[in-house]
Structures are given as structure tokens and as C-alpha cells.
Ligand binder design. Structure first.
Ligand code: PSU
Ligand code: MN
Length: 308
């Protein structure tokens, strides 16, 4: 594996201090800020998630490329500026290095955040939902690069499951094929982002951060590379039940088709449509689930930091 020494990279003061002191770190993506939520809800989410991680005894490292520099940890001003940026690129494995060499500003998806986190020695990452296999993927071939990254890069990704806008059964099949463990936290059913249930059993279940840390340690000891996906159900008081979401999702998918949306634009378009259709309720749920994931990710990072 390579390191970051030949790249233009900046660590925030807080992340630099944590790296030298050995304080547990939790990576955070930035596409959710620039493409996943409208301003100012996106900034509120980004700031509250960072303080939740600090309250658990870990340090947040929000990752983004700003004017060609890879940032591991953003200070307050940089986070605020990014939340207001209208034209940031959405960066995945294919174009992370492009933004750096061309001096561009871009937000990192799950895949690109995993790459940067792993190179910076960060083992745990909190997000909302991963990208996956889209519905009708047999026609569009739209399968997120997040899945291949989970197979390759050794980072534990804490999510609220796969967004129900996707084909969740196919997403789970691809993860199984690629050898990515899918672990649901505290229940038998794999969660579906806005809803606690997906109707699908989770391949694996664990009920404590220490068990997740132990599992990943043993995968490393066996020389099994790659990441792990944790599905952490949204708290009950914040969920939108599955039956209700199905109607909203059908409407959002119909809008995407009518507007001929394809490629990278699909996920942001669907999320924005669902915010509109639910009159902002989906945003409140989205923020609550990311906060919930940040808390669990911090606890896993703390558990990983302890020997044994
Ligand atoms: N989940 C959210 N909001 C988001 C995303 C996921 O709640 O904005 C982003 C993540 O960055 C994820 C990306 O990696 O969508 C997946 O995009 P695509 O399907 O184009 O790979
Ligand atoms: Mn896609």
C-alpha cells in the first residue's frame, strides 16, 4: 500500500494531534454534505456528527478535496464553506486523483472516503447509506463503485443499510459475491436507511462494538483484506416506516426516469426528490440516522484502539 507523502495533503490540527497521540479516529464522507442534503441542514448534520464523535472519545476526520488538496479533517471554516459550495465534484475511485491533479474541489463518496481513510490509517468510517445496485441495473448497469471498494479497502463502514431507492436484495448478493461481511447491529433484519426493516434477513448480526472490532481484527489476522459493512438501524422515533417509504420511492424513481437522469446524478436526484415528496421529513430522518451511525462508529474505533 502506498502512503500520502507524495500528495498535497492537509490534516486538520485536531486530526494531526490525534494521529500523534494515538486517539481513535472516525472518517466522515463529504458527498453527503454537498450532494446528499440541502443547505443549511447539511451543515447542521456535519457539525452535530462531529461533536457526537468527540463526545465518545474519538476524533472526526471529514474528508474532501479542496482546490486540489486532499483534506483529512476539516476545520470549522472549511466545513462551512464546503456546505455552501454549489459546484463541488462528486468523487469516487475513478476521479479522486483527477480532482487533486487538476486543482479542483470535490466531495468524497463512500468509495473515495474509504481510500483516503485507509491511506491515513483510519479504520472506521461513518456515513448514511452506501451506494449499491440500482433497480433495473440489468438494463442500466448502474452499480455503485462503493461495493467494489468495500471488497478492496480495509475500513469498517457504519451505515443505516442500503437506501431503499436501490435494489437491496441484489446489493446484498453482490456484497456476498465479493466477500464483504454485512453485519446488522442489534437486530436480525437488515435495515433500509429511512426504515428499520428491509424485509431481508441480515447475513450476520452483532450486538456490541467490541464484537465488531474483534471480528475485523480476526479478518486482518487471516489476511482477508477489505472492508466490512455495518447496518445500524435508524432509531425507532426517527424512522419512516417501509410501507410509507415505498410510495415515495416509486414517485422519485418515476421523476428520475421522466427527466432522463443517469450516472452520478442518479443518487443525488433521488434523494432530493424524496426530500421534496416527504416535505423535509426524510431530511430529519437522514440526519438522525447519520448521527446514530457516528456514535456507533466512534464506539467501534475506541474498541479497536484497545488491545485484545
Ligand atoms: N447516502 C446518503 N447520502 C448520500 C450518499 C449516500 O444518505 O449523498 C452518497 C454517498 O457518498 C455514496 C454515494 O457513496 O451517494 C453513492 O453514489 P453512487 O450511487 O453514484 O455511487
Ligand atoms: Mn451509479
Amino acid at each position: 500500500m502506498t502512503d500520502l507523502s507524495t500528495l498535497p495533503v492537509s490534516f486538520s490540527a485536531e486530526v494531526a494531534a490525534a494521529r500523534s497521540a494515538g486517539t481513535p479516529l472516525v472518517a466522515l464522507e463529504s458527498t453527503i454534505i454537498t450532494h446528499g442534503m440541502p443547505y443549511p441542514g447539511n451543515l447542521e448534520m456535519a457539525e452535530s456528527v462531529e461533536s457526537i464523535i468527540r463526545a465518545e472519545g474519538a476524533v472526526p476526520a471529514t474528508i474532501a478535496v479542496i482546490a486540489g488538496r486532499l483534506h483529512i479533517g476539516l476545520d470549522r471554516e472549511a466545513l462551512q464553506a464546503l456546505a455552501r459550495t454549489g459546484d463541488a465534484m462528486k468523487l469516487s475511485r475513478a476521479d479522486l486523483a483527477f480532482a487533486i491533479s487538476e486543482g479542483r474541489t470535490g466531495a468524497t463518496t463512500v468509495a473515495a472516503t474509504m481510500i483516503a481513510a485507509a491511506r491515513a490509517g483510519i479504520a472506521v468510517f461513518a456515513t448514511g447509506g452506501i451506494g449499491g445496485v440500482h433497480r433495473r441495473a440489468e438494463e442500466t448497469f448502474d452499480i455503485s463503485a462503493d461495493l467494489e471498494e468495500l471488497a478492496r479497502t480495509p475500513v469498517i463502514v457504519v451505515s443505516a443499510g442500503a437506501k431503499a431507492i436501490l435494489d437491496v436484495p441484489k446489493t446484498l448478493e453482490v456484497l456476498e459475491t465479493k466477500g464483504v461481511p454485512v453485519v446488522t447491529y442489534g437486530q436480525d433484519e437488515f435495515p433500509a436507511f429511512w426504515s428499520r426493516g428491509s424485509g431481508l434477513g441480515s447475513p450476520l448480526r452483532l450486538d456490541a462494538p467490541e464484537r465488531i472490532a474483534a471480528f475485523q481484527r480476526n479478518r486482518g489476522a487471516l489476511g482477508i483484506g477489505g472492508g466490512m459493512l455495518i447496518g445500524n438501524p435508524v432509531p425507532e422515533k426517527d424512522e419512516i416506516p417501509r410501507a410509507e417509504m415505498e410510495g415515495h420511492i416509486a414517485e422519485a424513481l418515476a421523476r428520475a426516469e421522466a427527466n432522463g437522469i443517469s450516472g452520478k446524478a442518479v443518487t443525488p436526484f433521488l434523494l432530493a426528490s424524496i426530500f421534496e415528496i416527504t416535505e423535509g421529513r426524510s431530511l430529519a430522518t437522514n440526519i438522525a440516522l447519520v448521527e446514530n451511525n457516528a456514535r456507533l462508529a466512534a464506539r467501534i474505533a475506541v474498541a479497536l484502539g484497545k488491545a485484545g
